[in-house]
Design a protein around this ligand. Sequence first.
Ligand SMILES: O=C(O)c1ccccc1N[C@@H]1O[C@H](COP(=O)(O)O)[C@@H](O)[C@H]1O
Length: 223
Amino acid sequence: MAMTLAKICGLSEPATLEAALHGGAAYVGAVIFPKSPRHIPPQEAGYLFERARRHARIVAVVVNPDDALLAQIALSLRPHFIQLHGDETPQRAAEVRRLTGSGIIKALPIHDEADLAPVADWDGVADHLLFDARVPAGSDLPGGVGASFDWSLMTDRVLAANWFLAGGLNPQNIAQAVQVSGAPMVDVSSGVESAPGVKDVALIREFLGHLHSGRPHAKDCCS
Ligand SMILES: O=C(O)c1ccccc1N[C@@H]1O[C@H](COP(=O)(O)O)[C@@H](O)[C@H]1O
């Protein structure tokens, strides 16, 4: 049995990227969305994340990206996955895969059971689904705001592909979140920051330490 896998998202500096890799993160994410305090331009992300390529899967997080942005990302960053965190349809996701050659992670905003209905539409389209909390109305960002949802909505849920639990995770709640949800993979951004957009080496270590000292229970996503 393999461990719960972690994605550390919104990395934009060498020291915190190193902390994520050293702590055993299986996925590392660059947020390419100018409204975000974690935004990193594609070319800069390309330089920064190259050192990660042999150790983890690189993820580009985007929100309703146009073709020009996708082309820039594919050229500069060459991510293993594109994380679609907007209102993208399955048809658009298939185009994104074709345009970039990257795998697809689709984020779905969750508040209650009804929000899980679109899961079936993504079967065979997304490599992984990422269940994130629906953000408060009027929020500038569709994610990365530390909002969480009822993890028990995911309990005993069997999906075709491994999925990520996201939204409001942090070193204090990660063990319980995994235990309640049964998540095979988890994703964190603001919960390992000292201020919005400022990743913290100690918090990243603490998060990964709590996660990896927990009971292994999920199948490996990346072999
Ligand atoms: O982090 C951002 O700024 C961001 C911007 C636009 C779309 C998604 C974003 N982040 C993603 O949000 C979730 C949860 O974040 P948090 O842990 O609650 O802060 C995570 O998947 C990030 O990848």
